[in-house]
Design a protein around this ligand. Structure first.
Ligand code: NAD
Length: 288
């Protein structure tokens, strides 16, 4: 890859970002497609200086950004425009600098729903328990409601944040039953009725922890799907538990690739083939 004055710069804003596969995936794709683009990690530690970061990004005339933890919600007030879905979700995972304006989008929700469809699962009529109420959870929960989920149970560490998300759900999607429970034994009876369990917290990225105790998890029906949005590691302790107990499981990699496809669509208006994105992810995971 030759970097010159015409190279289009995109990247990922978050803190930390070492765990992200996106730089390796995108740079692999750019090289294969012979595009003069470069994808950089932007680990930015100072939440209170995020407007300064975005102003500099604008001045440098870069093309766009992916946004990850903990900035998906933080960046929203500092953007010039925000897509309708990202505004409702109050979370942005893609930014495009277009004609001097920073425009925010959210491709997480679509990526999540499409990854479910890839394994033949539809959200319509389903009961889903979602752990977490951060940027990713918000997009996922709204997309589930848009797809006609019957009941969404929100379990978050801070109950207040869960209640806030439930209130958005109830006002926008009155047909969907939205409930909030504690991330504890209180979740058990609701888990017993869940068709899908989604982990949208970072718990499990350490390769050791599970977001719910095994004693609580056992309530989950044997036919349910366990979806962990984490992709590093590919098999979290929660997914290992699901596999060991004969439940269906899905990690966050398909969603990552689908939201990456959506991001490039926003920046360039054209599609990267999923086959190439998968090949890039395989290479990134092998450290090539
Ligand atoms: P965020 O910081 O916005 O939200 C994190 C949520 O997890 C919050 O609700 C927080 O209360 C909860 N949480 C954090 N630590 C916890 C703990 N120790 N115990 C219980 N709850 C805890 O982050 P986000 O952007 O929403 O990302 C959440 C996870 O989803 C991350 O692991 C991220 O990598 C993953 N993710 C994956 C994809 C993908 O494409 N596969 C996309 C987006 C996010």
């Amino acid at each position: 890859m030759i970097i010159n004055s015409k190279t289009k710069i995109v990247g990922i804003l978050g803190y930390p970002v070492e765990h992200s596969l996106s730089p390796a995936i995108f740079n692999y794709v750019f090289e294969k497609l012979n595009l003069n683009w470069c994808y950089l990690p932007f680990p930015f530690p100072s939440t209170h200086k995020i407007s300064y970061f975005l102003e500099c990004f604008k001045e440098l005339n870069f093309v766009g950004l992916n946004v990850t933890m903990p900035y998906k919600e933080v960046v929203v007030p500092f953007l010039d425009e925000v897509s309708a879905f990202a505004r409702i979700a109050e979370a942005v995972n893609v930014i495009h600098l277009q004609d001097g304006a920073l425009i925010g989008y959210n491709t997480d929700g679509r990526g999540f729903i499409d990854s479910l469809k890839e394994v033949g699962v539809r959200a319509e009529g389903k009961t889903v328990m979602v752990l977490g109420a951060g940027g990713a959870a918000r997009a996922v929960v709204l997309s589930l409601a848009m797809e006609g989920a019957k009941r969404i149970v929100l379990a978050n560490r801070t109950r207040e944040r869960g209640e806030k998300l439930a209130a958005v759900l109830r006002s926008r999607f009155p047909k969907v039953e939205a409930l909030v429970v504690d991330l504890s034994a209180e979740a058990k009876p609701y888990l017993a009725e869940a068709d899908i369990l989604v982990n949208a917290t970072p718990v499990g990225m350490d390769g050791i922890s599970k977001p719910l105790d095994e004693e609580v998890l056992t309530a989950l029906p044997a036919s349910s799907l366990v979806y962990d949005m984490i992709y590093s590691p590919l098999e979290t302790p929660l997914l290992k538990w699901a596999k060991d107990t004969g439940r269906k499981s899905l990690n966050g990699l398909p969603m990552l690739l689908l939201q990456a496809q959506g991001s490039f669509q926003v920046w360039e208006g054209s599609e990267i083939e999923l086959k190439l994105l998968r090949e890039a992810a395989e290479a990134a995971l092998k450290g090539i």
